[in-house]
Design a protein around this ligand. Structure first.
Ligand code: HEC
Ligand code: HEC
Length: 477
């Protein structure tokens, strides 16, 4: 099934006000079918508005984005002041994990608290600012879920009108990530940074002294060092904390939408502009990517609504049948973090939908489906032998085996052991059982009949998607 960019249907007025899908009637009136986030005005915060002041750009970056960059890079915004957002999302790897030690095994990065791990591999956060707010669209009589952030779309964008702004509020308070006990801790630390010089633009520069004029309780700093602290605030202070916290999310989202994070500077982009040419193998890879490999069905090559270069994702969800990662450290987390132990599965966007009364009827049909990630920077690494991990649980360690999996998932036998690692499965010529067997995509992958050379060509093409082309070493050579 070929997918189209959501905006097309909206533009054609095909998004009717009520769509009936099986037993479920979905009211489109409550949804935001708008394709792109409106980063400058996408603030759905309904508390008394604070006027955003005009502040001059910093090094060509809007003031809002510059504030977001400072927040993104601030390790003091974690329990032990040892982990920033950038700890898990570095530009050298395409804004995903910089940690080879974790990438080579369980692929999850340890949080601020030693020994605590979440359940998934960090996806790239570049080019994600263009994710629409989670919504649905009809295609060939099927309801497709589109947009939202996180592998399972749980940062829907409905809170702040912007998926990545909603997303940005989560890691600070996630016990297995930055682990602060309360938004008040984040707001206090952003309002009074430990190193003011790291904030070329401050929250108060943009939203006035009022944004930080909050009656924080005495002893808050001490409480913020305890991951289990229950912080009591009166109603007004709580309201002000939430207002400031929302601005923090919007500032981070502005950074994520900036040219620094989305430079469109890969070889692929240079070819589009006529400034570089593909090798023969890359050219063949692109043809296979669009044709026999079917990759472009989901990692789409359509231009954006304003002619932006392709994002290599249509922001929909699919279950490819990726096996469990036997080394996922989440399996052995204590019960308070993971009550399901080794039985835990990533239930994907189905789990997110099941919590939304509007969409609960669609949950079963979406169990196990995770977000189609962008392929921009998928091969970006600091050195050629640097180990990266692929897919939501980092099961795969090489792009060659990813393509081999698309090619042969259904033509190779099942490995007897469901917990067979990628390298062993490749050696044995089998694939382990999918992490989730329901809702497997069998139309677009599984038995592509690609030759070995064709697989390699697709990999060669994916290597042209790394930003920063030509690489520095080649310039100086
Ligand atoms: C401990 C490592 C870690 C830290 C710290 C961290 N992230 Fe992430 N990030 C992840 C993981 C893991 C996921 C995927 C989680 C999931 O989908 O269940 C993720 C997902 C995301 C996504 C969604 C991308 C997508 O494709 O949907 C964005 C955007 C993002 N992070 C930005 C941030 C920001 C902003 C911060 C700081 C406020 C941050 N991250 C802090 C590990 C981290
Ligand atoms: C039916 C939609 C679909 C098709 C077709 C498809 N993909 Fe994907 N792709 C996905 C989804 C969904 C994921 C994430 C799956 C997961 O993590 O379990 C993904 C993940 C990936 C990843 C890992 C990215 C990362 O950041 O971890 C790579 C690489 C990739 N795809 C390449 C390809 C190539 C190459 C093709 C064609 C041979 C292809 N895809 C075809 C939907 C698709």
């Amino acid at each position: 099934m070929i997918r189209f960019v959501g905006m097309l249907l909206v533009a054609l007025g095909a998004f009717s006000s009520a769509i009936t899908c099986g037993a479920a009637t979905l009211s489109a009136a409550k949804l935001n079918p708008d394709g792109q986030p409106k980063l400058s005005e996408g603030d759905a915060d309904e508390r008394p508005a604070l006027h955003e002041r005009h502040v001059a750009p910093v090094n060509g970056m809007s003031a809002r984005a510059a504030l977001g960059k400072a927040i993104f890079s601030d390790a003091t915004l974690s329990l032990h002041k040892n982990q920033s957002c950038g700890f898990c999302h570095t530009p050298e790897t395409g804004f995903t994990s910089p940690r080879e030690d974790f990438n080579g095994t369980g692929s999850v990065i340890e949080g601020s608290v030693p020994g605590l791990f979440g359940n998934n591999k960090p996806p790239s956060m570049a080019y994600m600012a263009f994710a629409p707010v989670l919504h649905h669209r009809m295609e060939d009589g099927e309801t497709l879920i589109v947009g939202g952030a996180f592998w399972n779309g749980r940062a829907t964008g409905k809170q702040l009108g912007n998926a990545v702004a909603d997303q940005a509020l989560a890691p600070f308070l996630n016990p297995v990530e930055m682990a602060l006990p309360d938004a008040a801790c984040v707001v206090k630390r952003v309002c009074k940074p430990e190193d003011p010089s790291a904030y070329p633009v401050k929250l108060t520069d943009l939203w006035g002294q009022e944004i930080c004029a909050i009656a924080f309780p005495a002893g808050l700093d001490e409480q913020c060092t305890d991951p289990k602290a229950k912080i009591k605030l009166d109603e007004e202070a709580r309201d002000h904390v939430e207002r400031a916290f929302a601005k923090i999310g919007l500032a981070v989202a502005a950074f994520e939408a900036s040219d620094e994070v989305n430079p469109y500077s890969s070889k692929y982009d240079m070819v589009l502009k006529g400034r570089a040419t593909f090798t023969d193998e890359e050219e063949r890879g692109l043809a296979l990517y669009k044709g026999k490999g079917k990759c472009a069905n989901c990692h789409v090559l359509d231009a954006g609504p304003k002619g932006e270069p392709p994002l290599f994702t249509d922001f929909t969800y699919d279950n490819l049948g990726v096996p469990r990662n036997p080394d996922n450290p989440f399996y052995t987390q204590h019960e308070g973090i993971n009550p399901h132990g080794h039985k835990w599965i990533e239930a994907g966007v189905g789990a997110t939908l099941s919590k939304d009364p509007l969409y609960a009827a669609l949950a079963q049909a979406n169990m196990g489906k995770v977000k189609v990630p962008t392929l921009r920077n998928v091969d970006k690494r600091p050195s050629p032998d640097f180990v990266k991990a692929f897919m939501h649980n980092g099961y795969f360690k090489s792009l060659k085996s990813v393509v081999h999996f698309y090619n042969t998932r259904d033509s190779k036998p099942r490995c007897p052991d469901p917990l067979t690692r990628e390298a062993d499965a490749m050696k044995a010529g089998c694939w382990p059982v999918p992490e989730v067997e329901a809702n497997l995509n069998t139309d677009e992958m599984g038995d592509l009949k690609l030759t070995d050379a064709e697989e390699n060509a697709i990999v060669a093409f994916m290597k042209t998607l790394s930003d920063g082309y030509p690489p520095r070493s080649r310039v100086s050579a």
